[in-house]
Structures are given as C-alpha cells and as structure tokens.
Design a protein around this ligand. Structure first.
Ligand code: ZN
Length: 469
C-alpha cells in the first residue's frame, strides 16, 4: 500500500463545516483520504501502521510505503474542478478579439470545421497541461464539432487526459441546426440529428465509467438552442436518461440568445429547455447569465446545475451571471474556464479571483467572498458533475484529488489569510497536484508529460489548422 502524509500546510477542507487548519495534516492510503485534522499527522500514519482501534491496528505492516511531505508555507485545497471547457479551442486563441458571442462564433466556425483527431489531441493536451498547472484535477470538456472524416476526436481527448493525468468528464456534443434552417452555424459544420444521437450513444458505450473512482465519464451535450434542433434536444435528453449519464448544454449566455428563443419559440431559453426535458438534477448548463427570477426558481426546484464562466462572459461582454442569487436559492454552481478561444489564459485557479471580482460588480463587496469562489471551484463543481460523494472536499473517504499551493514566495508576503492569497492574489505556483493520490504536477511542472513537447505539438497543430482554412 502507498501512503501519503502531508503535514504543516494551511488546510482548507471545503467540507460542510468549512473547516480550516493552520498547520494541519492529510493522510492518504492509495487513492483515498484516511485522515484529516489539525497539527502533525498521528503516529500510526507516519509509522506505517493502520488507523483505528480494530484487531489489526497497531501492527507494523511491511507493505506500507510512506511518503511524507513537509508542506509548511503552503495552502492545501481540494483539487479544482472545471465544469465547462472546449479543449480543442487551444488551437484558435486570440481570434475575433473584440466580438460578441454570435459574431465570434461565426468568425471561428470555418476554422473549427477543419479540425481532426490529431489536431484536437495536440490542442487538448496543451490545454489540459495548463489546467493541471493551475490546480485543476477534474476537467469537464464540451466538444461539439465533429466534421466528416475527422477521425475519432473524442478518443483523442480521452488520450490527452490520460497523458496529463487528470480526470475527464468528456461530453459528446453536437450541432444539427445549420444556417439554412435558421441556426447560427454554417451547414458544413453540423451533423444530422440521427448521426449525432448514434455517436452520443456510442461515446457512452466506449468511454463512460460509472464507478466511484472513474477517471473518464461521458455526458450528452447538444451545443445550444441556436445550433441544435428541438428534436435533437428532446431525444438527447431521453437517450442520456436511458443510458444513465448526465446532460450538458449552453444556456442563457447572451441577450441575443434570449431574443432568438423568444422570436423562434416564444419562450425564454429556460422555458424552452424545460419544455424539452432539459431541467433536472442530471443536467448542468454553462453560463446562465440572463436568468430571470422564474428561471432561478426552476433551476432550484429541479436541481439543475450551472457552470459559471466569469472570464469568458467578460471577454465576450455577455454579462454577469446571478451567482449569489443562484447559491442562495440552492442551485449547484461550479466554475468553468470555458473554451480557450474565449478565455485565452486557460487557467482554472485564476478563475476563482475572476469570479470574486466579477460577482462583486453585481452583488456588492460583501456579496461574494473568496471562500465562495473556492467553494464554486471545488465542492460546487463536484455537485454539478454528480461527483460530490467522492470529490470536491478534503474529507475522510473521498478521493485524494488535492492541490498544494506554494504561498511562501514574495507575491504572498504580507497576506496573512492563505485563502485570500489564492482568491485575491497572483495565482500561486502548484507545488504538488495529486489525482487519486498520484502526482500529476510536481514543483510547478507536469510529472508525467514533457511540456516542451506538448507546446511544440500544439503550436504546430495551430499553424496546420490555420493553413487549412
Ligand atoms: Zn462554452
């Protein structure tokens, strides 16, 4: 058995009681947390013995290898959970820099329609590397562009997550409403309804792991009300529920989307999506910027989750989501980077600060705290992805997905509160990142992949994609 003993850190557990220990310990046996508390680790932990008072306790086991980490000068948090991304967009950043969502999409669709499996794998690996180095251990990806003859794109994303070492909640997205039918994407970027449904079922069959320790799960994710037919939305929800997987889409991102739904369906996006079976505790929706009181009450009553993407919403001037109201109503809310083409930083850790700053513009200085931000990025994200039993907080029995932030550098000298250092200061370097007790980042660098090679491959793929247009 492999045991990890972390001592001396400021431990922000994000558990139900929001316990924090200044100089606490965490003990991990193989992939799960077996002890958390104040002060040094108990003697049994460091001596390689078993915990508890049962018959086996106290006996030295020769098969326990103990790694002790002196974490003084560090903040230990749960690994961060990214609830919304489009990893392939790593290849198309810095484009349409001054556009709102619809114009930005129209500018990018022709390039995105030329992606294929190797290009997406290269872009995803680079995006995942940056996510891991910013404290992220679980990544929700929403991929919805599947050009004909582009290979097995989802398999490329799954391989990239395996190479970097993070958990992946991949979604099989889709678009079937081309511009000739009144949709936003050009016809050459969309699939048929039947092809999208067949491929979604196939993705679940091939990649979805329903187990508590899962490294890869699949959700079904038609893209948005303005790029997907009502038939596909309705049938995708039925399919997802019959297969026991979650559902994901974009919703209420912009005023233009509101206008589209009102004009075409006579409904707000939330009313329209609810008509089609798209509210429920197995659904999470990205953005939800323009929710009225009725929509918030429907999200709360149905347990529908929200992926809050503050940088992307600011980049595209979409607006400020009503996150404090959603939290007060009991809606599960997680944090999302969103696609790298509308959030070029690609870091999840710095989205905590962005969420704090953006939400205060709407809710006031005391309307959204740094600990609210950390909560979105951890337990909130776990709830949104349906993994709160196993992820999102530092508690005995949960998976050891942990981020150890170095806060003894000059950037943080003068901030006494380590959580404020993370939520208001510069993004601290990640000293160690563990996924299921395995080291993914060590000393700020990926432990299992060569970042130089990932950077070269992503740059080459980006140039090749641009040359295809
Ligand atoms: Zn998105």
């Amino acid at each position: 058995m492999r045991r990890l003993v972390v001592e001396g850190a400021y431990v922000a557990t994000v558990d139900r009681s929001s316990r924090e220990f200044d100089g606490g310990h965490v003990v991990v046996d193989d992939s799960r947390i077996v002890a958390v508390g104040d002060g040094p680790a108990p003697a049994w932990a460091v001596e390689g013995r078993m915990p508890g008072g049962g018959s086996g306790s106290g006996s030295v086991s020769g098969s326990v290898s103990v790694e002790r980490v002196d974490a003084r000068g560090h903040l230990l948090t749960p690994g961060l959970i990214n609830t919304h991304h489009h990893l392939y967009q790593w290849l198309t950043r810095g484009i349409a820099q001054d556009s709102i969502l619809f114009d930005w999409l129209v500018a990018l669709y022709p390039t995105w329609a030329r992606i294929d499996e190797p290009l997406v794998e290269a872009g995803a690996a680079a995006a995942l590397a940056v996510l891991a180095r910013s404290g992220c251990t679980t990544v929700g990806d929403h991929h919805y562009v599947f050009p004909q003859g582009s290979g097995d794109i989802l398999a490329g994303i799954v391989r990239a997550a395996g190479a970097v070492g993070v958990r992946l909640h991949a979604t099989r997205g889709s678009m079937d409403l081309g511009s000739s039918q009144g949709g936003l994407p050009p016809d050459f970027a969309v699939e048929t309804t039947d092809a999208a449904l067949l491929a979604s079922a196939d993705a679940v069959e091939r990649f979805h792991d329903p187990s508590a320790d899962a490294r890869v799960q699949i959700a079904i994710a038609p893209c948005s009300p303005f790029s997907v037919t009502s038939d596909l939305l309705r049938e995708a929800a039925v399919l997802g529920r019959s297969l026991g997987v979650r559902l994901h889409t974009h919703g209420s991102e912009t005023v233009e989307e509101d206008a589209f739904c009102l004009e075409r369906f006579g409904r707000t996006p939330t009313q329209y999506l609810e008509d089609l079976g798209w509210l429920g505790d197995d659904v999470w929706m990205a953005h939800c910027v323009h929710l009225d009181d009725h929509a918030i009450s429907r999200f709360a009553a149905t347990g529908t989750g929200v992926a809050h993407c503050p940088s992307s919403n600011a980049r595209l001037a979409a607006g400020i989501a009503p996150v404090p109201q959603l939290l007060r109503a009991g809606v599960p809310v997680g944090l999302g980077v969103d696609g790298s083409a509308s959030n070029e930083s690609g870091q999840l850790g710095s989205e905590i600060r962005q969420a704090v700053l953006l939400n205060r513009l709407r809710a006031g200085a005391d309307g959204f705290s740094v600990r609210d931000g950390l909560g979105l990025a951890t337990i909130g994200g776990a709830r949104v992805l349906g993994r709160e039993r196993d992820l999102g907080s530092i508690e005995v029995g949960k998976l050891a997905d942990l981020a150890l932030w170095r806060i003894d550098g000059v950037e943080f000298a003068g901030i006494a509160d380590p959580v404020a250092a993370l939520g208001l200061g510069a993004l601290p370097p990640v000293a160690r990142l563990w996924v299921g007790g395995e080291t993914v980042v060590d000393g700020g660098a990926l432990a299992g992949a060569d970042e130089g090679l990932l950077a070269e491959a992503a740059a080459r793929a980006s140039r090749e994609l641009a040359a295809r247009v």
